[in-house]
Design a protein around this ligand. Sequence first.
Ligand code: CTP
Ligand code: CA
Length: 222
Amino acid sequence: METIFKNKKILITAGPTREYIDPVRFISNESSGKMGYSIAETLHHLGADVILVSGPVSIKSSFPAHKIIQVLSGSQMFKACQEYFETIDGAVFCAAVADYTPKITSEIKIKKIEEETNLELIKNADIAFEFGKVKQPHQKSVGFALETNNINENAIAKLKKKNFDLIVINSPNVNEGFGYDTNKISIITKNLSFHAFELKSKKEVATDIINQLKNSFKLDEK
Ligand code: CTP
Ligand code: CA
């Protein structure tokens, strides 16, 4: 029986975020949250103390509801995560946090008065990057990258910039990634070793990712 995750405190982000323009409109994306919830369930079963910070998703999950912190916006997700930065042993950043948010959120519904309009957007906080800045050597982190071009190069740049121990490369192809129950991934580790996997169920993919994370923790024990 694997015990490495027993009592390890792991923060997981999952799902999309909603960036509100006015009370009834928002910017968001297609993330289903399935990958993050699958990793949360598996780590929970392995005895980890999992904190799941989740954007709005509709998922049937066996993960205990009282351990989920529900948020809507990227800034709410950042604030919720920040509370745990110091005390966690590891983090898995699965959420598809919106990169930009409206500079102003109107408190009332915007009327279509103008012929033309512009929406001013400002950058959201980068949760993974902020954790990467304060991360201690015993703390391990996993990031995700969905790329359409220069895939490995872009993924390695993110791995370094955000101080990840491993980065999971997701494919945007059919039956893989957003919304689907299957996923085809590859993983690049901090020491730039590359692992490619077959198309699998997200449950099996979660296990592959967790096994790599386990290796990162194990390296410290040697
Ligand atoms: N991430 C995050 N907070 C953000 C944006 C991204 O925590 N505001 C995390 C994601 O959860 C993922 C990793 O950073 O684990 C990479 O996200 P991605 O969107 O691929 O990268 P970006 O840095 O946002 O770059 P770009 O979208 O321009 O490719
Ligand atoms: Ca992004």
